[in-house]
Design a protein around this ligand. Structure first.
Ligand SMILES: [Zn+2]
Length: 432
């Protein structure tokens, strides 16, 4: 039995208090063995956490990790024009090798900033699963089906592929990869295809993840065509019947908040993407008050433009206050829970809490920095002052992914070089 001791630090407890403690994790089971007073536990290997805060590994509840390849390519446009004019033409040129390179780059960025789990939507999902396996991280993956602009055969093939990928990859990477059935959104998949494939997904007991109510332009056509709000339409299609979480949920009215709460449907809130694309302000405090599980996601790097979940926590707190017109809304402790325990609950992982028997997924933050001094309240620091670059060590499933800011699971320089070269060639192909 190999055990790793994270020693000398302060530990964020599940109730958000902070205690001086050591954390012992089993590298065989991948679980936390014990959290106890300093000096009372022993391990075969140690991670130094002096002057540091040990927190659960962060959970990125909605992203498109390989979109790092498009980072900074096109900014400052609304969602529809940005997708049609910039994103989709370049994505059409992506090869499996490009997606692998982009995924590895995104995962290195996540490891460096303390994220250990992600929920991803994309294609060439085998490549992403292999990158996650090598990264040692946890992920919920899936193939994202779109039917607009496709003939019937192509549309049905896309949805079938989403079902097949979910079955094929569930449990990959020694169980660290789980899957979801992924219709892209309520407006990019035709009703007849939902009617045919959602019951299949439900009878196979697949979890569902899709974009919903991201912009006003996604709400109006559904109200015009079906005479009901988008999430009522989703409920009618059976999309909220199983284990489901939506991405965004920006333009939801009270009846839709009730519907999410009644059906136990979760929300992956993406504040930076919603601000950058001027999509709107999600009523996060209202959703939390209704008992909805809300996690935080970065969305793809092209609409953010980084994958740093500390940035995202701060954005969620700030935007949540504006949306509620109330400075006490979406407070520091709330965003920390959203980025840890709530996110893990959405993804279905027993992570996001530092306690015995939970998954040994954690990040160790260096507190020895001017922007983290003084230390009146470390939960406040997590929400408002810590940066991804303050993370010293990252651990997932008991394995050390980054030690003293050195990524151990990838050759970071090679990953960056490969992604940069491939991204340049990709854009040249798309423009020719
Ligand atoms: Zn998205």
């Amino acid at each position: 039995m190999t055990e790793l001791l994270v020693t000398g630090g302060r530990v964020l407890q599940p109730d958000l208090t902070v205690e001086r403690a050591d954390v012992l994790v089993s590298q065989d089971s991948g679980d936390i063995v014990a959290v106890d007073d300093p000096g009372t536990l022993d391990g075969d290997d140690e991670l130094d956490a002096e002057n540091s805060l040990v927190i659960p590994g962060l959970v990125n509840a909605h992203t498109h990790v390989a979109m790092t390849m498009l980072r900074g390519l096109a900014d400052d446009k609304p969602l529809g024009a940005w997708l049609r004019e910039d994103v989709w033409p370049v994505e059409a040129e992506l090869t499996p090798e490009d997606i692998r390179a982009g995924a590895e780059l995104g995962l290195v960025e996540m490891i460096r900033s303390g994220t250990t789990s992600l929920s991803d939507m994309y294609f060439e999902v085998e490549e992403i699963a292999e990158a996650v396996d090598q990264a040692g991280m946890r992920a919920v993956l899936g193939f994202t089906a779109v039917t607009v602009g496709k003939d019937e055969e192509g549309a049905r093939a896309d949805l079938q592929e989403s079902l097949d990928v979910a079955e094929r990859l569930d449990g990959a990477a020694d169980g660290r990869v789980r899957t979801t059935f992924q219709p892209h959104s309520l407006t990019t998949v035709g009703e007849e295809y939902f009617r045919e494939f959602v019951p299949e997904a439900l009878s196979a007991d697949r979890s569902l993840h899709f974009h919903a109510n991201e912009t006003r332009d996604e709400v109006t056509p559904i109200v015009d065509e079906h005479g009901v709000r988008p999430l009522a339409y989703a409920a009618d299609l059976g999309l909220l019947d199983g284990d489901a979480y939506i991405a965004h949920g920006v333009h939801v009215d009270d009846s839709e908040i009730d519907l999410l709460a009644e059906t136990g449907t979760g929300v992956a809130h993406c504040p930076a993407s919603n601000m950058k694309l001027a999509s709107g302000m999600a009523p996060v405090q209202d959703m939390l008050d209704a008992g909805i599980t809300v996690g935080i996601g970065t969305d793809g790097a092209a609409s953010n433009n980084d994958l740093d979940m500390f940035d995202e926590m701060r954005d969620a707190a700030m935007l949540g206050k504006l949306a509620a017109d109330d400075a006490s809304a979406v407070d520091a402790g709330t965003v920390v829970e959203m980025a840890t325990a709530n996110g893990a609950d959405l993804l279905g992982f027993d992570s996001g809490r530092i306690e015995a028997d939970a998954n040994a997924d954690l990040a160790v933050i260096d507190l020895d920095a001017p922007h983290l001094t003084p230390a009146h309240d470390l939960v406040s620091h997590l929400a408002y002052a810590v940066r991804g670059s303050d993370v010293r060590h990252t651990v997932c499933d008991g394995e050390v992914l980054m030690r003293d800011r050195s990524v151990e699971v990838f050759d970071e320089a090679a990953v960056r070089e490969r992604a940069a070269e491939r991204a340049e060639a990709l854009v040249e192909r798309a423009e020719s």
